[in-house]
Design a protein around this ligand. Structure first.
Ligand code: GLY
Length: 373
């Protein structure tokens, strides 16, 4: 057992642990056993994991004599829909999964969000365990209880807060990810440094290459620091009435580019967040909130990580400022019609700004390379 980290999400009687390290999946049964009220559970897995990580989990459960069946969800964001949700709920009910049983979500954000939402509504709330298999899911979507499917009018618009009972983050499963997926997850790691922990940002400036190369100790350290940061925020503001919105650093800008590129492989979510952070810091500097040098450091770290640091690096690189603003108006943080941005006073010091004027935003986007029409 090497370099195992444990992070607690302190939510009173709904508190849970995140176990981070190598070989965690193979030891999953031992981590889960104390939570099970009977030796039976259901696994919901991304279909792409049927031949590699799923057999490791099933073997671990077999060895521990824990009965299990598994359901495969087709890979991709389109699985977060009502039809898939309904099929999954019917399957879980057919397996006679009870409220006190655990449902395991094995996969990235899609499987975690879908399974978490199914768990939230099945028998009015069933327990579930997240085993995130992407870097992005390990540091963000598997923690904090946001579960959802997509609606015609936008991503994650139908969902519930439902906390997992345990999160198992195995560093070994990351080794099968394409480098682009690692980069997209790494952007969310940078986010934690940029939004609230300057020392972590400085650590990433020195160790980011090792994390991107999946050096075991560096990656586990980065995942653990990210999970600790998110766990602390979630413990203070589970329902996002305030501070949790800071976790959306880079998202208002990023979502607009995701929307305009069609939420496809042109721009992965983490890549959009990376460029969104560059813009959030540049906008903060342009408004006089933040030293230009801090904005430059964010851009440099993003560029060094081979993530998009400029508009021309995204798809065809041509975006009309008005289209971007229209997409930002759909952001979930909009309140009473007023757009809200996460801006920065400096590295590790962010705040919610609700005084951004559309003309000012338009001028800024034009200066960053957006088209006038
Ligand atoms: N991904 C943002 C949050 O969990 O609040």
């Amino acid at each position: 057992m090497s370099d195992q980290h444990k992070v607690s999400v302190e939510l009173g009687d709904r508190a849970y642990e995140i176990i981070i390290g190598s070989g965690v999946l193979a030891r999953a049964a031992a981590h889960m056993a104390p939570l099970l009220t009977r030796p039976k559970l259901a696994i919901v897995a991304d279909a792409s994991l049927a031949d590699n990580h799923l057999p490791v989990l099933r073997a671990a459960l077999d060895d521990a004599a824990i009965a299990h069946d598994s359901y495969l969800v087709p890979s991709g964001e389109t699985s977060k829909n009502f039809t898939q949700l309904s099929e999954l709920c019917d399957w879980l009910l057919a397996q006679k999964i009870e409220r006190n049983d655990c449902i395991i979500a094995l996969g990235g954000g899609v499987v975690g969000d879908l399974t978490g939402f199914a768990a939230a509504i099945l028998r009015r709330g069933t327990r579930f365990i997240q085993i995130p298999t992407t870097l992005l899911a390990q540091v963000d979507s598997s923690i904090g209880g946001k579960t959802a499917i997509n609606a015609k009018s936008g991503k994650n618009l139908i969902g519930a807060f439902h906390q997992p009972d345990l999160v198992l983050a195995d560093m070994d499963v990351l080794k099968t990810l394409p480098p682009r997926e690692i980069g997209a997850g790494y952007a969310e790691i940078v986010k934690y440094g940029a939004l609230g922990d300057k020392d972590f940002f400085v650590w990433l400036e020195a160790n980011g290459d090792a994390v991107l190369a999946l050096d075991e100790a560096a990656t586990a350290e980065a995942v653990a620091r990210s999970c600790r940061a998110k766990a602390a925020i979630v413990a203070r503001d589970e329902r996002e009435t305030g501070e949790r919105a800071l976790l959306n650093l880079g998202h208002t800008f990023g979502h607009a580019f995701e929307a305009l590129t069609g939420y496809d492989n042109t721009l992965l979510h983490g890549e959009a967040v990376a460029y969104g952070m560059v813009l959030a810091f540049a906008f903060s500097a342009a408004r006089g909130h933040c030293p230009p040098d801090d904005a430059a450091r964010v851009k440099t770290l993003i560029a060094a990580s081979k993530l998009p640091d400029a508009m021309k690096a995204i798809g065809a690189g041509k975006f009309a400022a008005d289209d971007l603003i229209e997409a930002m108006r759909q952001d979930k943080k909009v309140q009473n019609g007023q757009m809200r941005f996460i801006l920065a006073h400096g590295l590790g010091d962010t705040f919610i700004a609700d005084d951004v004027d559309e003309h000012e935003l338009r001028d800024f986007l034009l200066a960053q390379g957006a088209q006038a029409a």
